[in-house]
Design a protein around this ligand. Sequence first.
Ligand SMILES: [Zn+2]
Length: 125
Amino acid sequence: MVRHKHTASKTDTRGYTGSVSRDENRAAHGGVCEVETCACGYTRRTNVNGRHVEQGNWEPGADHRNAWKIRDYLREKGDMSLADIRDDLGLTEVDVDLAVQNGDVRFRELQDATGRFWLGLEGGR
Ligand SMILES: [Zn+2]
């Protein structure tokens, strides 16, 4: 797991879409949502409306969630070709690449004689 203090390496301002915290502050709703992304891939969303703020917690970003999805699938199925993982889990090639690079799961990347790429879990199943 991640053992550092998350800091925003990038902040995107998006439209408000809904509450981002259990500690809801309705006054902060209806404005914008600032999405901070840490270098590790975790994200934190903060609703801002004028001087009102509702801050969420740091959460695993899409790369981490996809990496966990792939890990669980490989645990069940064993080593699989990248193409099958992509199709079976409904991910794009880029999603898989980012998950392997940025997610906090270690993968083994293998290539067979025909040049197809396979993915396995580090340390076997
Ligand atoms: Zn971080």
